[in-house]
Design a protein around this ligand. Structure first.
Ligand SMILES: *Cc1c(COP(=O)(O)O)cnc(C)c1O
Length: 437
């Protein structure tokens, strides 16, 4: 199956090319030409299947034309070596805990899947080594680095702003070694991102080495995220609570919620979606006005959602372009909420003291949006808890006046030795470093 660009100017690409390139030549995002729907019987049967079985059928629907079933099943098995349980917080509100992977954040699923699929393509075709460049303010770098660790034929360069990433986050990519190289940039996250962008546009560098990205613009990273929407449905259907499902997604680049929308268009019975934002509320403004006005991001407590120009917005528009009135349809299916740091903190405190449930700042936005949406008695609300609270330990402890325990997985990272290469934020020094690799 081919993948077209949302800008419609580039020639459609095969799955392999879409995964290796990341972004289409016209700077658009790749979209699958077809979405294979599940039959009502398949949907009804989900509740009797394991997470692994569900993910295999969803992966089959997306990639089955291009990848042998055994290979796809192996990739899914290696990706999902952990669970994503839907845990009841109170009444008809559930937290879908996506933080049981190796770096304790939902990005593990997409990063691990993409690493294995890309690794398979490289091995298959004896392709030249591929270099993944990833700029991070914390969470993406750790998920991508751990997802790609030890995958033959791939090298990962993680660019992160010196002194601006928490020690817990930093150790999750700087201590790995092997094919993971950490570049500590004397600048901000935006500087890191600018360096990566310039690298992709530099002809000499692209002739020297094969470069790709691993953020949610890549189809192999964002599509697998739909697995857990199907699994959430299955878990709630099992207990008879999936008839009117409202799913709230803490959103930054909107890759996660877009994967959920794919599930919806494949026939997954989700009644309504909520995009929960922090003060970076460009999408909410769009819902209110019909106009999309990107603007520079502002720093918040939920920093993985500090995005001023959500990259997957183009995919949402594209998914709805089949309707006569796309904007009206988007507004019908998705609502938006935004929260300030004070509101995020208040939510975390209330939920902890009333229900003894620990929210991280991102999940707190998702939870509060469900409350503010005014769920009816018949509806079941699910918010995606996108990261383990311990990933933001100092913030969480300060807000809750607590000393939350750091899970063993995180403590293991902290034992390692930091290895990183310091660079200044000029493109010339970054380029000359890469030219020597
Ligand atoms: C990346 C991230 C998000 C935002 O996800 P998008 O797919 O970019 O919308 C939310 N929460 C956490 C913890 C994240 O790491």
């Amino acid at each position: 199956m081919n993948y077209y660009s949302t800008n419609k100017q580039a020639t459609p690409a095969s799955l392999k090319d879409a995964v290796i390139k990341g972004l289409a030549g016209d700077k658009g995002l790749y979209m699958p030409e077809k979405i294979r729907p599940f039959t009502p019987a398949e949907i009804a049967g989900l509740k009797n299947k394991s997470f692994h079985e569900i993910a295999c059928s969803v992966a089959q629907a997306f990639f089955g034309e291009d990848i042998e079933p055994e290979v796809l099943n192996r990739i899914v098995t290696e990706t999902l070596a952990f669970d994503t349980p839907a845990v009841q917080v109170h009444d008809h509100i559930y937290s879908l805990e996506l933080f049981h992977g190796p770096t304790l954040a939902f990005k593990d699923v997409g990063a691990r899947f993409m690493a294995r699929l890309l690794g398979y393509f490289i091995e298959q075709e004896d392709q030249q080594e591929v270099n993944v460049l990833v700029a991070t303010s914390g969470d993406t770098g750790s998920a991508v680095a751990n997802g790609f660790l030890g995958v033959p034929g791939i090298k990962v360069y993680v660019l992160y702003p010196k002194g601006k990433v928490s020690p817990i986050q930093e150790c999750q990519f700087t201590t790995l070694g092997q094919n993971i190289i950490s570049l500590e940039i004397d600048g901000t996250f935006d500087d890191c991102q600018a360096l990566v962008k310039s690298a992709f546009m530099d002809n000499e560098l692209n002739q020297h080495m094969k470069l790709t990205s691993a953020n949610s613009i890549n189809v192999a990273r964002f599509l697998p995220q739909s697995f857990y929407y199907f699994y959430a449905y299955a878990q709630l259907d099992k207990i008879g609570k999936a008839n009117e499902l409202v799913i709230s997604v803490p959103s930054g680049n909107f890759g996660n919620i877009t994967a959920g929308l794919f599930g919806y268009f494949m026939g997954l019975p989700i009644k309504h979606f909520i995009a929960a934002n922090n003060r970076n509320d460009i999408f909410l403004e769009y819902l209110k006005t019909g106009e999309y006005n990107p603007r520079p991001s502002v720093a918040t407590l939920a920093n993985a959602m500090d995005v001023g120009d959500p990259s997957n917005f183009a995919r949402i528009l594209d998914l709805f372009s089949k309707y006569e009135h796309p904007y009206e349809e988007i507004k019908k299916l998705i609502s938006g909420f935004r929260y300030t740091d004070e509101e995020i903190a208040a939510t975390m405190q209330q939920v902890y003291s009333k229900y003894n449930y620990l929210l991280d700042p991102h999940g707190a936005c998702g939870y509060q949006a469900l409350i503010d949406s005014g769920l009816t008695e018949k509806e079941t609300g699910v918010f995606l808890e996108t990261a383990h609270p311990a990933k933001f330990k100092s913030t969480v402890d300060e807000i809750l006046n607590s000393d939350i325990e750091i899970p063993v997985k995180l403590r293991e990272f902290m034992k390692g030795t930091k290895q990183s290469i310091e660079l200044n934020k000029n493109f010339e020094s970054f380029k000359s470093y890469l030219m020597k690799q």
